[in-house]
Design a binder for this molecule. Structure first.
Ligand SMILES: NC(=O)c1ccc[n+]([C@@H]2O[C@H](COP(=O)([O-])OP(=O)(O)OC[C@H]3O[C@@H](n4cnc5c(N)ncnc54)[C@H](OP(=O)(O)O)[C@@H]3O)[C@@H](O)[C@H]2O)c1
Length: 338
């Protein structure tokens, strides 16, 4: 059979099968309508709709907000903005002096009560967590922000990563979240009210070569959040995982903000104004995850539309190789200067 007869058969098949072309047209229209619906939802949630009012979690009613890693960066900003919203604030971090000065600043500025507890999450044992848990006794904790986190000093292949760095990252990012949640949750269940925010990272959504341990711990947070959120929904408790791209901070080592890299202030404002809305994470297949900051949201949604995670993994690998090369070069320069 030659090519022209094949073409003829295909043509008459199309004509003879009006249902097929109608079906294909319907399928195409549904796909287009779906993308339009999803895009509008993401845009509406990110730019227009307000999130759940913080009063639902006890703002201005004497409730407390517990924030881990609260003396710097994103955690410090959460502490200030939650105080501004009308929560008493319970600050948790390592450095006693910094805790005291941050608490004093908050009390003076927002006229709320504060409490502090010094703990090194990389070394905390059962007794240390029991002591922390005991300080929550009798407090009406309305909000918990599991913010404390540690990343790698510089990108490195897993086999070249120092053993204690791997241990610290898992201990801080995973154990601290589990243990502090475990201490706070019973009270929330009893009061039938609460908000738990777990600060995650794009490194959890996109497996990140040369930050493998950090990336794995942040992926853990997404899954843990979804499971826990479903368990406690009946108790009127919201558990939300925050998919976060870069933010200016000590941890990110980024000092200059840009459209894609906000200061902690605008980042935290976006989180607290969009509670309960998935924004950019809406159609990513990660229930109870939110990507609230506008440019992070658009990036997350674009990545969902494109699919192809291997593309992003390979891009990230290249990026991290370059960051490592530059970091080593800088360290060598500094060593020489000394
Ligand atoms: N910045 C970003 O670009 C970015 C992106 C994605 C996700 N995140 C996540 O956001 C969270 C906050 O990061 P950040 O950038 O704000 O960090 P940061 O500026 O380095 O602040 C970290 C805070 O945690 C405290 N902390 C550190 N190690 C601790 C330990 N072992 N025990 C108790 N407290 C400890 C620090 O205070 P002391 O040192 O005084 O204890 C400080 O208050 C992390 O979970 C991080 O993974 C950040």
């Amino acid at each position: 059979m030659d090519a022209s007869s094949l073409k003829h058969i295909a043509f008459s098949f199309t004509l003879d099968q009006p249902y097929l072309s109608t079906f294909l047209l319907a399928l195409g229209s549904i796909s287009v309508a779906r993308v339009i619906y999803q895009t509008l939802t993401v845009l509406l949630q990110t730019f227009v709709l307000p999130g759940t009012n913080l009063k639902r979690f006890g703002a201005k009613k004497g409730a407390w907000a517990v924030v881990t890693g609260s003396t710097d960066g994103i955690g410090k900003e959460f502490s200030f903005q939650l105080a501004k919203a009308g929560f008493n604030v319970f600050l948790v971090a390592r450095n006693k002096d910094l805790l005291a000065s941050t608490a004093a600043e908050i009390e003076q500025k927002y006229k709320v009560s504060t409490a502090t507890h010094a703990i090194d999450f990389s070394k905390a044992n059962v007794a240390a967590y029991d002591a922390l848990g005991a300080t929550f006794t009798g407090l009406d904790v309305g909000v918990l922000v599991n913010n404390v986190g540690k990343s790698h000093a510089i990108p490195a292949y897993f086999i070249d990563t120092p053993n204690d760095e791997i241990t610290d990252i898992v201990t801080i990012n995973v154990n601290a979240t589990l243990r502090v949640t475990y201490a706070v949750l019973p009270g929330m269940v009893q009061r039938k009210r609460g908000l738990i925010l777990n600060v995650g990272s794009f490194a959890g959504a996109i497996p990140s070569p040369m930050l493998a341990t950090y990336s794995g711990t942040k992926a853990f947070l997404a899954t843990f959040t979804s499971a826990l959120a479903e368990e406690v929904r009946k108790d009127n408790i919201t558990v939300e995982h925050l998919n976060t791209y870069f933010v200016v901070s000590k941890l990110s080592k980024i000092r200059k903000s840009s459209a894609l890299i906000p200061q902690p202030g605008p980042y935290v404002r976006s989180v607290l104004s969009k509670i309960g809305l998935a924004c950019g994470a809406g159609f990513s297949g990660r229930p109870d995850t939110s990507t609230p900051f506008w440019s992070h949201a658009l990036l997350d949604y674009a990545m969902t539309l494109i699919g192809a995670p291997s593309l992003f993994i390979s891009y990230t690998h290249g990026l991290h190789k370059d960051i490592r090369r530059r970091a080593l070069k800088k360290a060598a320069r500094e060593a020489k200067a000394e």
